[in-house]
Ligand binder design. Structure first.
Ligand SMILES: Nc1ncnc2c1ncn2[C@@H]1O[C@H](COP(=O)(O)OP(=O)(O)OP(=O)(O)O)[C@@H](O)[C@H]1O
Ligand SMILES: [Mg+2]
Length: 292
């Protein structure tokens, strides 16, 4: 008869190699010091901390969610992180546990937090240092970083589809720009569970993901488009979508609109972009007149 702890490792893909993979990245639980709670989601929590003098982020299951199934899913997420190695993917440092249910992932600490918070702080169009966020100075660099990370994930064999690309899963570091994170638990959840865990997560989802249909890596490119619109407007996708009576659309109405193709993402209509559109129209009409 196996103990739950041994069963946990045995059930992990059914291969001892999985257990070996986890053991290979195991670090000493006692050496990881937590400092402050950064985020608490529907399933997990993330703390800032220190490991061997280095600032780290510590991700683990919520104490009340520590079931064998959730621990198994989380161990799969950790296993996935051990496969990834790219400058634009948040670095995985190791896994620590005292027992299987307390398993935690230790990653590099991204000192400017996530892109959503950065954009929220900049709703005054200034980040915390008073720098104006523009496409020219910051946003384009961040967008290229995310594109690099996606190219890497989609070039792996087998391909890795993130499936939960959104501004909360793009983390920023003052020196190294944006990196992609959260290869997570969300992937093993159904739509209802995903929505319960994170209200609003559907706003970045491609129609085929919402419909539970067959999908491929194009769903990440769709979500990337939503992130670009978000960076442009400093607002979540469909922030401006309303019913005919003026009330804001909630998640279910947004999903229906995305699936039916009746909702469109908002693009900024700044003077600069109006100018760009005007000059593009002029270029098009001069090309047409040359051709005619
Ligand atoms: N390495 C890190 N450095 C700094 N902040 C982080 C780091 N990892 C996560 N965070 C913060 O914690 C938040 C939640 O992290 P994460 O996306 O990994 O968990 P989650 O969304 O709760 O997990 P899941 O979707 O797997 O249930 C991020 O949006 C970010 O604000
Ligand atoms: Mg997340």
């Amino acid at each position: 008869m196996y103990s739950p702890h041994a069963r946990f490792f045995c059930r992990l893909g059914g291969h001892c190699v999985d257990r070996a993979r986890l053991l290979a990245v195991r670090i000493d639980y006692q050496e990881v010091q937590e400092i402050q709670l950064i985020s608490r989601g529907g399933f997990g929590e993330v703390w800032s901390g220190i490991y061997l003098g280095r600032p780290v982020a510590i991700k683990r299951l919520l104490p009340e969610k520590r079931t064998w199934d959730d621990a198994m899913n989380f161990a799969m997420e950790i296993k996935m992180m051990t496969r990834l190695n790219h400058p634009k993917i948040v670095e995985f440092i190791g896994a620590a546990w005292s027992n299987a249910l307390s398993i935690q992932a230790i990653c590099e600490y991204m000192n400017c937090g996530d892109l959503k918070s950065l954009l929220d702080r900049s709703s005054t169009k200034n980040d915390s240092n008073g720098t104006v966020l523009t496409w020219a100075n910051i946003k384009l660099h961040l967008a290229i970083d995310v594109a690099d990370a996606l190219v890497y994930l989609h070039s792996l064999n087998p391909k890795f589809i993130h499936r939960d690309l959104k501004s909360r899963n793009i983390l920023i570091d003052a020196e190294n720009g944006a990196k992609l994170s959260d290869f997570g638990i969300s992937r093993n959840r159904n739509l209802e569970e995903t929505m319960t865990a994170g209200v609003g997560t559907c706003r970045w989802m491609a129609p085929e993901v919402i419909q539970g249909a067959h999908y491929d890596e194009a769903v990440d490119i769709y979500s990337f488009g939503c992130v670009l619109s978000e960076m442009d407007t400093c607002n979540v996708p469909y922030f401006d979508a309303t019913h005919t009576n003026g009330s804001k659309l909630q998640d279910h109405a947004i999903m229906a609109g995305v699936v039916q193709g009746t909702l469109k993402l908002w693009r900024s209509r700044s003077r600069a972009s109006k100018r760009t559109r005007r000059s593009a129209r002029r270029r098009r009409s001069s090309r047409t007149s040359c051709a005619s």
